[in-house]
Ligand binder design. Structure first.
Ligand SMILES: *Cc1c(COP(=O)(O)O)cnc(C)c1O
Length: 396
């Protein structure tokens, strides 16, 4: 075992996964075939939302959400600095302005009280939306964010990349699935190999809003529609002669869209992986429980993800003293722990807008101590025990 590399996250491809991909490759469709719709429907069912739109990756999903919600030059949008940069970048793709706001040091999630403070301190209409992130797989309380957003007429995009299968308890005691569309206008997921469900590259947008759904479907394919109920040009123009019927070839580009389609064979892989999502989630929770009890009484651990109801455990994070030393020690022993994340506002790209050290003490302090331990369904008991032992040894 000593020589085997243990990463922080890893995909699991089974014989069944390989079989369905090969079957799809030899079918009549490589892109936008029947597997896309099947994946969308099954994913929507898993998440408990009305509509799902499969796209090329999670970043494309975020970009399309920002376009569908009409983010424009100068629009201010609030998000957390402790996330993957894509959560913020989608605002910039549309010329909007990213306004970061600090995290809660206990949950590592965007602190709603800080956001409330920001909103209250500016004239109404200053901000357009909020992008909360279910960071590490911990579901953020979207009911509370919806209430706040409604007070200020804001939209919500939930970045649920870390949390398919995650839930939070609402004020009536009902479990609400991440991405179910009951509170956020739109939610997004990624099928990058380190995430719960892998399709190579891939992403999904979920919503309960039929208008946003049809706009997203159009934006995913160049802004083109083939629905004659939606056509703007006349049937006579379309036919090239006097006519009240649109010819079969006709289609219209009505919006400036992109090619953000997923392929049919990626969708087939996604469907196959989705079948094991529930099982994978249970395994992640079991791994979390083991870490939690291993480190519960350890003085060198200053904080940890712990065992939290509804947590989807994309990541298991502990906060430690001498994080650099531990990280290097684990690497020397072939354990590739990772740091999530370098605060977004301190990336050189975002520093140019004036963000600087000291802006977000909770996020910055978290960054100094955090480390994500190996967490994926195929991590064996023996491997996890080996990781725990090395960490204990390091601090002896
Ligand atoms: C992975 C991830 C994304 C981007 O997804 P890609 O499929 O890699 O483009 C966005 N936000 C978060 C929080 C992520 O973890």
């Amino acid at each position: 075992m000593e020589n085997k590399v243990i990463p922080y996250g890893k995909q699991n491809i089974t014989e069944e996964d390989i079989k369905v991909v090969i079957e799809t490759l030899t079918s009549d469709f490589l892109t936008q075939g029947p597997k896309i719709l099947e994946f969308e429907q099954k994913f929507a069912e898993y998440i408990g939302c009305k509509y799902a739109v499969a796209v090329a990756n999670g970043t494309a999903a975020l970009h399309l959400c920002a376009l569908a919600l009409d983010v424009k030059e100068g629009d201010k949008v609030i998000t957390t600095p402790i996330t993957f940069a894509a959560s913020a970048n989608c605002v910039r793709y549309c010329g909007g302005e990213v306004v970061f706001s600090d995290i809660d040091p206990e949950t590592y999630l965007l602190d709603i009280e800080k956001v409330r403070g920001l909103l209250a301190a500016s004239p109404r209409g200053t901000y357009k939306g909020i992008i909360p992130v279910d960071f590490a797989g911990r579901a953020i309380d979207l009911e509370a964010f919806r209430k706040l957003a409604d007070e200020y007429d804001l939209w919500l995009i939930e970045d649920a990349c870390h949390a398919p299968g995650g839930t939070f308890k609402d004020s009536k005691g009902v479990d609400q699935n991440c991405g179910n569309g009951n509170f956020a206008d739109l939610a997004i997921f990624s099928f990058h190999p380190v995430k719960h469900i892998a399709s190579g590259e891939g992403g999904m947008i979920t919503t309960n809003d039929p208008d946003l759904y049809s706009k997203l479907m159009q934006l995913r394919t160049h802004g083109i529609t083939k629905d004659d109920g939606q056509y703007i040009n006349s049937a006579s123009f379309a036919a090239g002669t006097e006519s009240n019927k649109y010819p079969n070839w006709y289609m219209e580009m009505q919006l400036l869209g992109y090619n953000y389609r997923l392929t049919d064979f990626q969708a087939a892989l996604g469907i196959s992986q989705l079948k094991r999502a529930g099982e994978g989630l249970l395994k992640r929770k079991e791994i979390a429980r083991k870490y939690e009890s291993a480190f519960a009484d350890k003085q060198f651990v200053k904080g940890q993800s712990g065992v939290i109801r509804g947590h989807a455990y994309h990541l298991y994070i502990i906060e430690v003293e001498d994080r650099l030393g531990l990280y290097n020690y684990l690497r020397e022993n072939q354990i590739f722990a990772q740091i999530h994340y370098i605060p977004c506002h301190l990336m050189p790209y975002y520093r140019q807008f004036g963000w600087k050290e000291g802006d977000f003490p909770n996020a910055e302090n978290y960054y100094k101590h955090c480390i994500s331990l190996p967490m994926y369904p195929t991590l064996t008991d023996g491997e996890q025990e080996h990781v725990i032992k090395l960490i204990n040894d390091y601090y002896k």
